[in-house]
Design a protein around this ligand. Structure first.
Ligand SMILES: *Cc1c(COP(=O)(O)O)cnc(C)c1O
Length: 427
């Protein structure tokens, strides 16, 4: 039924590895070919075969105000007429930095760059420089981009040194990363005990959203904060998804725990390539040219990206944006739960604000092992049934659904009806 997408994918595969520029787009996780996109507006996305879909991917997070929002497009239009890149400072960079600093209590200074990968990679370099240590603790199932230090899988024993999870990553570097289960304070305690005086930072998604949505257990973030303080290590929150998503001040505002450094991306670019990391001024001032830690970027703080970013953050800061997101996403959650239960399909739905995941299982989902124990084959069938009904979900059981300000009550109703039929097909 998607003939043009099929042909386009075949053509793309001849010149792009796997036909795409980022692996999950290839739809390998759902055993089909990708949908080639022609354009998008509001909550809807249009493919090159002329089909319309209600979009719950939102470009994997950035499109929280909806696609092609008039205010964002207008800001980009105004910026583009003045030129696309200068390699020199602009006023828009300072005003974006001011918006970020005003939104996050833990951020005194911030650096802008172009991708989340770059943000986390740079935050780690800074943490290593600040502490004079080399090791990093991260959590299984959290994603922090594709830099070498973070493409690492757990070692053989609990809280042991990690091993490379991708060919091409030097084992010597992977060994500087310790991978422990999410929501497991004892494992982090063990990591500090095993590697005393060597851990530069604990890196975590304070609200995990790259294994589906998995909220932090009560007290988990507090424990991480305490352990870092006790061991003179830095706490780095990777809020590339959760920042500006679950509150203006991100997960750290929602859960009331402050990090030393915070990584931002996705939403802050307003759909253009822009990311940031920031935190305590005494740490951030180690960055060149103020300090000695090198970090740079030709397109960092790009004028089109900062224009889209400022416009997007202004929309979010207005009135009741987050209440609206909460209420629409909450009706989606309860509608999905009801539809699944009516069809006698077991699901566990995790939701925080406007991101949610519907896991096919009958157990709670608190970490990556729990996610891996869900029924992935069932998810694939659900995904296909939903796509056929014009609902575009992330093509992977390990991803979240993203609700935007453009999703209306009737969009939610349409989604729940489609889900009802799709669940019944599975039962
Ligand atoms: C998407 C993501 C990244 C990587 O960002 P890119 O812009 O894709 O490089 C890092 N951390 C988290 C939590 C993410 O969700």
């Amino acid at each position: 039924m998607r003939e043009k997408s099929k042909e386009a994918f075949e053509l793309a595969c001849r010149v792009l590895p796997g036909g795409v520029n980022s692996p999950v787009r290839a739809f390998g996780g759902v055993d089909s070919g990708p949908v080639f996109v022609h354009g998008a507006k509001g909550a809807r996305i249009y493919d090159i075969d002329g089909h319309e879909y209600l979009d719950y991917v939102g470009s994997w997070g950035p499109m929280i105000v909806g696609h092609a929002h008039p205010a964002v497009i207008d800001a980009i239009h105004q910026a583009v007429d003045r030129g696309t890149s200068f390699g020199a400072p602009t006023l828009a960079e300072t005003s974006l930095a001011q918006r970020i600093v005003a939104s996050f209590d833990s951020i005194e200074k911030v650096r802008l760059l172009s991708s989340g990968t770059e943000a986390v990679m740079s935050a780690i370099r800074l943490a290593r420089a600040f502490t004079g240590r080399e090791m990093i603790v991260k959590m299984a199932g959290c994603y922090h981009g594709h830099s070498d230090s973070l493409l690492v899988a757990a070692g053989s024993g609990l809280a042991e040194r990690g091993t490379a999870s991708s060919p091409g990553v030097p084992e010597s570097l992977a060994q500087q990363t310790v991978v422990v289960p999410y929501n497991d304070p004892e494992a982090v305690t063990a990591a500090f005990a095993n590697h005393a005086g060597r851990i530069a930072a604990v890196l975590v998604e304070p609200l995990a959203a790259n294994m589906g949505v998995v909220p932090p257990a009560d007290g988990y973030l507090e424990t991480l904060r305490t352990l870092c303080d006790r061991n003179d290590s830095l706490l780095i929150f990777d809020e590339v998804i959760s920042g500006f998503r679950v509150a203006l001040g991100g997960a750290q505002q929602r859960y009331g725990i402050q990090s030393d450094l915070t990584c931002l991306g996705k939403i802050i670019g307003g759909g253009l390539p822009l990311a940031a990391f920031g935190g305590r001024a005494d740490i951030m001032d180690l960055l060149a040219p103020e300090g000695q830690v090198y970090q740079a970027g030709t397109l960092s703080g790009n004028p089109l990206a900062t224009a889209a970013a400022n416009a997007t953050l202004d929309i979010l800061a207005q009135g009741d944006s987050y209440e609206k997101l909460e209420s629409v996403a909450s009706s989606l959650e309860s509608g999905l739960a009801q539809a699944a239960s009516d069809a006698r399909v077991s699901v566990t739905i995790n939701r925080v604000g406007s991101i949610l995941s519907c896991f096919f299982c009958d157990h709670p989902v608190r970490n990556f092992a729990d996610v891996q124990a869900t029924d992935i084959a069932r998810f694939k069938r659900f995904f296909a049934a939903m796509l056929e009904r014009g609902i575009y979900l992330a093509p992977s059981a390990y991803e979240a659904m993203f609700v935007s300000l453009a999703h209306t009550d009737s969009d939610i109703e349409q989604t729940i009806n489609a889900a009802g039929e799709s669940f019944r097909q599975l039962a």
